[in-house]
Design a protein around this ligand. Structure first.
Ligand SMILES: NC(=O)c1ccc[n+]([C@@H]2O[C@H](COP(=O)([O-])OP(=O)(O)OC[C@H]3O[C@@H](n4cnc5c(N)ncnc54)[C@H](O)[C@@H]3O)[C@@H](O)[C@H]2O)c1
Length: 347
């Protein structure tokens, strides 16, 4: 297939591209390289004859339409976004612009292209909109999000993703564009921008700095290995039903403090602190993130039943693969931007 991947220089988009190229597809990576984008994440495939790249902003209708019409895709997988909750507290309107306006611009450009396709190509075209479980808000100690859970976003990030999900559905319901929405839990794996919890904890641990944890660390997240997520997205492309949404979770709930302690304990074995001090001694608690959701958990039964998807990795195996990769690629842990101390930004 010929597939456009937006956000293909990011954490998950690059994993999608590495997989699609490996599977023999032809891919156009459309990414405008924000601070979170890095083409090194696709270096292993960028010399491949089936790989193309264009630097373009999803908010620019003209650039996007030109790229779509010239490439002539059979599918668009939309992963470009501002993706960090803490950044959204600091700069909410960047999130509104990229995640809401950008998604609507992309949907409209895709629709204008799709509407003119001949019969079978029109029938087979897919627009996969990649989103998050955070759109459903927070859970108490029990329960799981299903695809029918009400939308209750708490942060500017999750609100912007929720809005983008609604626009994606609207372009399906109103205009017939064959859109499928996916909502997944926190991804873990190689090539993640080091502002996020896992690479940040590894970086600060190895640097001998404070490993900062929000609040009392009891907030719970579900963790999904990025390649398991990619499996789900590829299955969505081939087997998903337009107009439907699919949840992907790792069935691996963990309190933030327990995850950070797991990272510390594994690093004690994999790369012990030269002074012999256990990395746990560097953990410290900082003021909680405003509006910090308590718990997320995902019910993936629809993806399992309808797409035949299943997460292969446990949290333990995903964490080991992830730690191995960052230890082998320590340069990745260095920021390309510098961050000051500010609200909602302890990592
Ligand atoms: N990382 C997670 O755990 C997670 C969980 C659930 C859902 N998601 C969703 O998956 C998608 C990918 O997340 P990620 O973690 O890979 O994000 P990321 O921040 O690592 O990458 C985002 C990419 O989008 C690009 N981008 C941003 N604004 C753009 C614009 N205006 N035009 C073109 N490109 C632009 C960036 O340059 C970057 O390469 C996002 O939609 C995110 O909301 C992520």
């Amino acid at each position: 297939m010929k597939i456009i991947v937006t956000g293909g220089a990011g954490f998950i988009g690059s994993a999608v591209i590495r997989r699609l190229i490996g599977d023999g597809h032809t891919v156009l990576n459309l990414d405008n390289l924000t601070y979170a984008g890095n083409l090194k994440s696709v270096a292993s495939v960028s010399g491949h004859e089936n790989y193309r790249y264009i630097r373009a902003d999803i908010c620019s209708g003209r650039a996007i339409s030109t790229a779509i019409n010239e490439f002539n895709p059979q599918a668009i997988m939309h992963l470009a976004a501002e993706s960090h909750v803490d950044q959204s507290i600091e700069k909410p309107f960047v999130f509104v612009q990229t995640n809401v306006v950008g998604t609507a611009v992309l949907l409209e450009a895709a629709y204008e292209y799709w509407d003119k396709l001949p019969g079978p190509a029109k029938e087979e075209f897919r627009f996969i909109h990649v989103s998050t479980d955070e759109v459903f808000g927070e859970l108490g100690p029990t329960g799981e999000f299903t695809e029918d859970s009400p939308y209750r976003p708490s942060s500017p990030y999750s609100a912007s993703k929720a809005a983008s999900d609604h626009f994606a559905r609207a372009w399906n319901c109103t205009f017939g564009l064959p859109v499928i929405v996916t909502n997944c839990s926190n991804n873990i794996g190689p090539f993640q921008y080091p502002e996020k919890l896992v690479p940040s904890a590894i970086r600060t641990a190895l640097a001998g700095d404070d490993i900062k944890v929000f609040g009392d660390g009891t907030n719970i997240r579900d963790w999904l290995f990025v390649d398991d997520h990619v499996d789900g997205l590829v299955l969505t492309l081939t087997k998903g039903r337009p107009g439907r949404s699919y949840n992907f979770g790792g069935d691996s709930e963990c309190a933030n403090i327990d995850l950070v302690n797991m990272i510390c304990d594994k690093l004690d074995v994999m790369k012990p602190n030269p002074g012999g001090n256990p990395y746990r001694n560097q953990v410290c608690f900082v003021d909680d993130r405003p509006g910090h959701d308590f718990r997320y958990a995902i019910n993936s039964s629809r993806a399992i039943d309808e797409l035949g998807w299943r997460a292969e990795e446990t949290l333990n195996s995903a964490l080991e693969k992830t730690l191995n990769w960052y230890l082998e690629n320590p340069d990745w842990l260095q920021f390309s931007d510098s961050y000051g101390n500010r609200i909602g930004m302890p990592y």
